[in-house]
Design a protein around this ligand. Structure first.
Ligand code: GTP
Ligand code: MG
Length: 370
């Protein structure tokens, strides 16, 4: 079995991953080495071999580069996915990497065309071999030049694989708030999602989605990492949560924990809520107090408990009235028609007749081109 290299002190060295270009070039040169040209004379076969090596190696490289860019282009990322990528990897990172790889493909095609032409004029096996060697050298440097872009694309692809794909046409409820307040517990109660629940902050580090049926339509319920609301000091999980609130929510359920078991005072949590209302004036934000099995305040906010299930029907009903298009018939399974309970905490409700989930919230910032 191969063993890892050891340093002089005998300790195992951590193996550094090989650059993406290495495997791409190895594969291309291997395929090119298998060419078996047919020709009447040896000179003819030599010339054809050189030509086929140029064609086959360049085509293999271009095909590999295409495979790396394909997940981002066919189908294209949604606006929300682009904004998630931009906030995690820096604005423009994805666009720059895709552009540079596309340019590398063009340069490789041109280079191959030129080398292929030259094989028609070269005479003698020695000069053909020199020509192919020179071509391989330039091909290698073109691919190596985009190594960092290929690595960036792979990191972004892996990031997106770990994130749910949100369906743009479905209404989306984003559950947000401070860390450890009970967001994931509530998402598990409201939807098919089963996120991890634990008594420490930042249990949730990435968004996840569950589905629910409000009687008239399917609904996406998104769990988010906690947000501490420290301006300019947000960690990546917090950035992901605010990007989701801004870019994917039809309605935000802002979870407040009045018990302070989360480690944060109610005033602290309310100040973030007030800030979001100012920042996203057209986004409906439904503030909900959770853990009402432990503490019930005198506020007029909806109260819920993810432990006993208390208040969940009223919460569903509030969401239904926020999300249901005014023209839609009442749900068939509803025994008594519910009067829309407008909480005093709900702001920026969608204009009547407009289904918020069918488009990006008007208050959402334009996603940064990734
Ligand atoms: N008594 C009671 N405990 C709750 C309730 N909701 C959540 N908890 C508890 O609060 C703790 C945090 O719950 P989570 O759902 O993980 O909280 P979170 O906001 O998702 O936490 P992060 O992902 O870390 O931000 C866990 O110990 C839960 O069991 C509730 O309604 N009542
Ligand atoms: Mg959580």
């Amino acid at each position: 079995m191969p063993t890892r290299p050891r340093s002089r002190s005998g300790a195992r060295r951590p193996s550094t991953p090989s650059p993406p270009s290495e495997a791409i070039l190895d594969g291309a040169f291997h395929r090119a080495s298998l060419v078996a040209p047919h020709g009447k004379t040896r000179a003819e076969r030599n010339r054809l071999r050189a030509e086929l090596k140029v064609v086959r190696s360049s085509a293999t490289v271009v095909r590999h580069l295409r495979l790396e860019t394909r997940p981002f282009l066919h189908p294209p990322l949604s606006d929300f996915e682009r904004s998630l990528v931009a906030s995690a990897f820096g604005p423009g990172t994805l666009g720059r990497a895709l552009g540079r790889i596309e340019r590398a493909e063009d340069r490789i095609r041109l280079l191959a065309k030129g080398a292929e032409r030259e094989t028609h004029h070269a005479s003698g096996s020695e000069s053909l071999a020199t020509l192919v060697r020179a071509f391989y050298g330039r091909l290698s440097s073109f691919v190596r030049e985009v190594d960092s872009d290929l690595a960036a694309l792979r990191a972004i692809a892996s990031f997106l694989r770990d994130r749910p794909h949100l369906e743009a046409q479905l209404p989306t409820v984003v559950v947000a708030g401070f860390p450890n307040v009970g967001k994931s517990s509530l998402v598990a109660r409201l939807s098919s999602a089963r996120p991890k629940v634990a008594d420490y902050p930042f249990t949730t580090l990435a968004i996840s989605v569950g589905h629910a049926d409000l009687g008239f339509d399917r609904l996406q319920v998104v769990d988010t990492p906690g947000v501490l609301g420290r301006p300019g000091r947000a960690n990546p999980a917090e950035v992901e949560a605010t990007t989701t609130v801004r870019g994917a929510a039809s309605v935000v359920v802002f979870v407040l924990d009045p018990t302070q078991a989360s480690g944060h005072s109610l005033a602290e949590q309310e100040s973030l809520l007030d800030r979001w209302r100012l920042e996203y004036p057209t986004l409906p934000i439904l503030a909900v107090e959770t853990k009402c099995d432990l503490l019930r305040t005198s506020s007029d906010r909806p109260k819920v408990s993810a432990v006993t299930g208390e208040g969940l029907d009223a919460l569903r009903s509030a969401l239904r009235s926020l999300l249901r298009p005014s023209s839609a018939p009442p749900p068939v399974n509803e025994t008594s028609p519910e009067t829309p309970e407008r909480s005093t905490e709900v702001v920026g409700e969608a204009p009547s007749g407009e289904r918020r989930g069918s488009r990006r919230p008007a208050g959402a910032g334009k996603p940064e081109g990734g």
